[in-house]
Design a protein around this ligand. Structure first.
Ligand SMILES: C[S@@+](CC[C@H](N)C(=O)[O-])C[C@H]1O[C@@H](n2cnc3c(N)ncnc32)[C@H](O)[C@@H]1O
Length: 276
């Protein structure tokens, strides 16, 4: 069979199991199975697809029909223009988290701390953008740290990144000019209401800290002050309704210049503040 036929068949299979953007997803899966980029599928429409490649494609289609996101199926996610390996142990990095990056980049940091690094997308991106910077990145999950390490190696920043298995700040003894984090923030009651794609495939520990969703933020807000240089910044991702509450917490912890920032969809997504 040639790629054009395989693509059409894949698109039909996805459509028949209710996948909304079946052609877009078929393009991504076919490209992955035959080892080309999705934007080459039309150009290569007449290439022969081997039986082995067709066999590789079948379980990919099945997984998509089970609503596994494409990024998880192919094990890669584009974040701030770079590819990051993902697997079942890490949160699939979200476009919204690029709001943190845009904000962090407004002011260079020499030494920063990324709490709950997951794939390492935040730490690795900032280290790539700031070639002079060094960072510590922590996560409570050793399996996530293995992924972060591979991403740091593939983006050639591993010499400047110290990855540590830690419960937030536990046993961290340095100070930083930036602390940045996308902590889990889905409230206990909201988990059931999440899209199937999210609640089935992202690890629970990366989504929810339990209760009202702000447990991790409270812990970070309480301790961050002592780990920041004077004038150092704290940047935290939030759920869209958590801004006011977190601002109150940060105010009580002694921070100044506490501001909420919106993501591209216009939702409150980040709170930033400065150590007095
Ligand atoms: C929302 S994910 C963010 C991952 C990545 N930074 C990103 O932006 O895509 C939260 C991360 O925090 C980690 N985490 C959860 N509880 C933690 C804790 N007590 N200490 C350190 N990391 C924790 C999870 O394992 C997960 O990798």
């Amino acid at each position: 069979m040639i790629l054009r036929e395989v693509f059409a068949q894949t698109s039909r299979s996805l459509r028949s199991c209710g996948i909304e953007y079946s052609a877009r997803d078929a393009r991504a899966l076919c490209a992955f199975a035959v080892g080309i980029e999705p934007d080459q599928v039309t150009i290569e429409a007449n290439m022969e697809v081997t039986v082995l490649q067709q066999e590789i494609l079948l379980p990919l289609i099945r997984k998509r029909c089970e609503r596994m996101p494409i990024s998880r199926i192919i094990g890669n996610r584009l974040f701030w223009g770079r590819q990051f390996e993902i697997n079942k142990y890490v949160l699939d990095p979200r476009g919204d988290t690029e709001t943190l990056i845009a904000l962090a980049l407004r002011q260079p940091a020499k030494k920063f701390l990324d709490l709950g690094t997951g794939t390492g997308n935040i730490a690795v991106t900032l280290l790539c953008e700031w070639p002079e910077a060094h960072a510590i990145a922590t996560d409570i999950s050793p399996d996530a740290l293995k992924v972060a390490k591979r991403n740091a190696v593939s983006h050639k920043v591993i010499e400047r990144l110290d990855l540590r298995e830690r419960d937030w700040f536990k046993n961290i003894s340095s100070t930083f000019d930036l602390i940045i984090s996308n902590p889990p923030y889905i409230g206990e009651d909201e988990i059931e209401k999440l899209e199937k794609d999210v609640k089935t495939f992202d690890p629970l520990i990366s989504l929810s800290p339990g209760k009202d969703g702000l447990i991790a933020h409270r812990q970070i807000a309480r301790d961050a002050y002592n780990y920041l240089e004077v004038g150092g910044r704290l940047i935290l991702e939030i759920g869209s309704f958590q801004g006011a509450k977190l601002k109150q917490i940060l105010n009580l912890s002694g921070f100044k210049e506490i501001e909420t920032h919106k993501d591209l969809d216009g939702y409150d997504r980040v709170v930033s503040c400065v150590r007095n």
